[in-house]
Design a protein around this ligand. Structure first.
Ligand code: M6R
Length: 614
C-alpha cells in the first residue's frame, strides 16, 4: 500500500517521477505528490485522487521544475487520515527544508508526536508519516548530516517503513531506508532510482539493489553508500532484473484485467513447459527442496494466504488431500498470526501470495519459519520479501499483473498447486497410475480449453449485460468448486461493488435461502462429477423460490434448459481440474458487469494491489 519513488541523476526528474508513480498506481490512488530540488529549495506539489490530478496540478509549474534532476514522489493508499491534500505525501518539517515520502505504518507515531510537540513541532496532518519529517529534522539539527539524522531517527521508530528523504541544505542527495516494507534501488550510469517496486524504473534500468531491513542508502548522481543504522558499510549487491517493460502495456485491450484474463492460456503453458512434458513422464519440480524421504513422511501441511490467494489455497487443500492423503489446514494469514498455532519442524508451511508482499502472510510465514517449519512459497514475485523467506520457492511466472483484481496470478497459483500435488502423489505413490496419467494429460490441454471459453465470450458478455442491474448476487457450488464460487463472488464485489456471496450449495437451505426472490440471481457452478446431482437439487430449491437462475456448466444435459434462465457452457474437463476452467467465465462476468456499470475496472475504489499493512 502506497508507493514511493526517488531519483537523483542528470535527467529532468519530473517525468521520471510521474511515470514511476503511474507504474505504482496499483499500490494506491487516494492522492499523490512529489518534491523536487529547485536550486537551493525543495518544492512540494500534491493532489487528491488519481495521478492525473497531480499532472494537472503540476502543468502550470512544469517550466520552473524542468531543470530539476532530483526528487521524490508518493502515491497514497490512506491509512491514517482521510485522502486530502494536507494528508498527501511528501510531508515536511516546519521549516520546509526536509521532505519525506513513506510506505508503511509508524506504529509508535502517537508517542513520537507527543514528544515532538513538546519540543515545538507543529503538526498539520493526521498522518503517522509527518512524525518522521519532524523527527529526522530534529536529528538534523544535531548532526547537520541527513544520513546520520535518518539513522538516529529510525532507531526511535517502530513499525514498517520504506522512506525516501531529501533536505534542501544537502541538494541533489537522496537518503532512503526500509524496515518490513519493500524498497529497491535502480542503478544506471550517473543516476540512481529508488522505488517500492521495479516497474517504477524498469524502463530506465534493469540493474537493481534490494535494500535489506535497517539499511540506509545515501545517493548522489554518481555516488552510492549503503550502511546499516550502526554505520557499518554494506557492499552493494547488484542484481539483473528479469522484467520486460512491454509487460506493462494493455496491448490493445480496454483494461489490464481483460488483457490478463486473455493471457491465462499462455500462463499455464509457461508454467508447464519445463515441469510437465507428457502424461507418461514424471513431473519435474526441482524447486521443492524437501528430500523425497521427508516428503514421503510428511504428515501435515498448513497453507496461509489472503484474498484470492486464499481461494487458491482452498483448492490446494482439496487436491493435496485427494491426491496425496496428507491432512491440510488452510487459514487466512490475518487470523493465523494472532493465535497459538501448532506448526513445527514436522509441518510443511505453504505461503501463497501474488505480490509476495502481503503483510499478514509475510508475518505468518516468518512466525512459522521461526518454529522450524519448511517454508514453501508460491508467488508471482520471486524478487519479493516472501520469496526471500522461502526454503522452497515455486515462482508462478505469470508476468506482472497490473489490474488490482487478480486473475492470471490465480490461474497460475492453481496450476502450481496441481503440479505440487501431482508431484507429491508420484513420490508417495498415493494415486493410481492411470488416474495420474489422465490428469497430467488433461492438464496439458487446459490452455486450449480456456481459449475456447475466451473465443465464446460474447455469450458471457450477454449474461453480464442481463444481470448488471442487480444489487446482489449469489454463487453456489460444492466440493472442489466451492472456492471457485468464493473467488467468482470476490471478483464481482471488488470491481462492480455488487454484494456478491459464494455459498456451499448445500448450505443454502440453512439460512441464505431466505434472501431468494425474483430479484436475486443465483449462479450454480455445475461441473460434471460427484456433486453434480446434488448441486442440481440445490438449484431446484432456489428455482422454487423464484430466484433468477444461471448455470455455469460443462454438461449438455437438456434438463438444465428448463431450470435455468441463462446457461454458460464450458468445455468438458475432469472434475478435479474443473476449477481452472470454471473460474474464467466468472472473471469475465465480473469484468463485463463492472464495465457496463462504468466502474474503474483496473483500479477499484478503496483497494490496492499489494497490501503491506496488517
Ligand atoms: O498479493 P497477495 O496474493 O498476497 O494478495 C492477497 C489479496 O490482497 C489479493 O488476492 C486481493 O484479494 C486481490 N485484490 C484479489 O483480486
Amino acid at each position: 500500500m502506497c508507493g514511493i519513488v526517488g531519483y537523483v541523476g542528470y535527467k529532468p526528474v519530473l517525468d521520471i517521477l510521474l511515470d514511476g508513480l503511474e507504474q505504482l498506481e496499483y499500490r494506491g490512488y487516494d492522492s499523490s505528490g512529489i518534491a523536487v530540488q529547485c536550486q537551493d529549495k525543495v518544492k512540494v506539489y500534491k493532489a487528491v485522487g488519481k495521478l492525473k490530478n497531480l499532472r494537472e496540478e503540476l502543468s502550470p509549474h512544469a517550466y520552473e521544475i524542468s531543470k530539476s534532476t532530483t526528487g521524490i514522489g508518493h502515491i497514497r493508499w490512506a491509512t491514517h487520515g482521510a485522502p486530502t491534500v494536507v494528508n498527501a505525501h511528501p510531508h515536511t518539517c516546519n521549516c520546509g527544508k526536509l521532505v519525506v515520502v513513506h510506505n508503511g505504518i509508524i506504529e509508535n507515531y502517537k508517542e513520537l508526536k507527543l514528544n515532538l510537540e513538546t519540543k515545538g513541532c507543529k503538526f498539520v496532518s493526521q498522518t503517522d508519516t509527518e512524525t518522521v519529517a519532524h523527527l529526522v529534522a530534529q536529528k538534523y539539527e544535531i548532526t547537520k548530516n541527513l544520513t546520520e539524522a535518518v539513522k538516529l531517527a529510525t532507531k526511535e521508530i517502530e513499525g514498517a517503513y520504506a522512506l525516501a528523504i531529501m533536505h534542501s541544505d544537502e541538494p541533489n542527495k537522496l537518503v532512503v531506508t526500509k524496515r518490513n516494507a519493500p524498497l529497491v534501488i535502480g542503478v544506471a550510469n550517473n543516476e540512481f532510482y529508488a522505488a517500492s517496486d521495479i516497474p517504477a524504473f524498469i524502463k530506465h534500468t534493469n540493474r537493481a539493489i534490494y535494500l535489506s531491513d535497517n539499511q540506509v542508502a545515501t545517493m548522489t548522481a554518481n555516488t552510492l553508500k549503503i550502511e546499516d543504522i550502526d554505520g557499518n558499510i554494506i557492499e552493494p549487491k547488484i542484481e539483473i532484473l528479469p522484467w520486460e517493460p512491454v509487460a506493462l502495456s494493455k496491448m490493445g485491450y480496454k483494461h489490464f484485467m481483460l488483457k490478463e484474463i486473455h493471457e491465462q492460456p499462455d500462463v499455464i503453458r509457461n508454467i508447464l513447459v519445463d515441469k510437465l512434458h507428457s502424461s507418461e513422464l514424471p513431473i519435474i519440480l526441482d524447486e521443492v527442496k524437501l528430500t523425497k524421504e521427508t516428503l514421503k513422511d510428511l504428515n501435515r501441511i498448513q497453507i496461509i494466504a489472503c484474498g484470492t490467494s486464499l481461494h487458491a489455497a482452498f483448492i490446494g487443500k482439496y487436491i493435496i488431500e485427494s491426491f496425496c492423503a496428507i491432512p491440510v489446514d488452510v487459514e487466512a494469514s490475518s487470523e493465523y498470526i494472532y493465535r497459538k498455532t501448532v506448526t513445527d519442524s514436522h509441518t510443511l508451511v505453504i505461503g501463497v501470495s501474488q505480490s509476495g508482499e502481503t503483510a499478514d502472510t509475510l508475518t505468518a510465514v516468518k512466525q512459522s519459519k521461526e518454529r522450524g517449519s519448511h517454508i514453501l512459497i508460491i508467488t508471482n514475485r520471486p524478487d519479493s520479501a516472501m520469496a526471500r523467506e522461502a526454503d522452497s520457492l515455486l515462482s508462478v511466472n505469470a508476468g506482472i499483473e497490473v489490474s488490482v483484481a487478480a486473475t492470471k496470478s490465480y490461474i497460475a497459483q492453481l496450476t502450481s498447486f496441481y503440479l505440487l500435488a501431482l508431484y507429491m502423489a508420484e513420490i508417495k505413490g498415493t494415486m493410481k497410475p492411470d488416474i495420474l496419467e489422465n490428469l497430467k494429460h488433461e492438464m496439458l490441454v487446459l490452455p486450449q480449453k480456456i481459449e475456447q471459453i475466451l473465443a465464446n465470450k460474447d455469450n458471457i458478455r450477454d449474461c453480464a449485460r442481463k444481470y448488471s442491474g442487480t444489487r446482489d448476487f449469489i454463487y453456489i457450488a460444492r466440493g472442489i468448486n466451492y472456492p471457485t464460487a468464493l473467488e467468482g463472488a470476490l471478483k464481482l464485489k471488488e470491481i462492480s461493488y455488487i454484494n456478491a456471496t459464494g455459498y456451499p450449495a448445500g448450505e443454502l437451505k440453512h439460512g441464505p435461502i431466505a434472501m431468494l426472490d425474483e430479484t436475486m440471481p443465483v449462479l450454480s457452478i455445475l461441473m460434471k462429477g460427484c456433486v453434480y446431482d446434488k448441486i442440481l437439487s440445490n438449484s431446484e430449491e432456489a428455482k422454487a423460490r423464484n430466484a433468477r437462475m444461471i448455470a455455469l456448466t460443462n454438461s449438455s444435459d437438456k434438463k438444465l434448459d428448463d431450470l435455468f434462465d441463462f446457461i454458460i457452457r464450458v468445455p468438458e474437463v475432469d472434475e478435479l481440474l474443473s476449477p481452472i476452467i470454471a473460474i474464467v467465465p466468472l472473471q469475465l462476468i465480473a469484468y463485463y458487469i463492472a464495465e457496463f456499470l462504468g466502474k474503474d475496472v483496473d483500479q477499484p475504489r478503496n483497494l490496492a494491489k499489494s497490501v503491506t499493512v496488517e
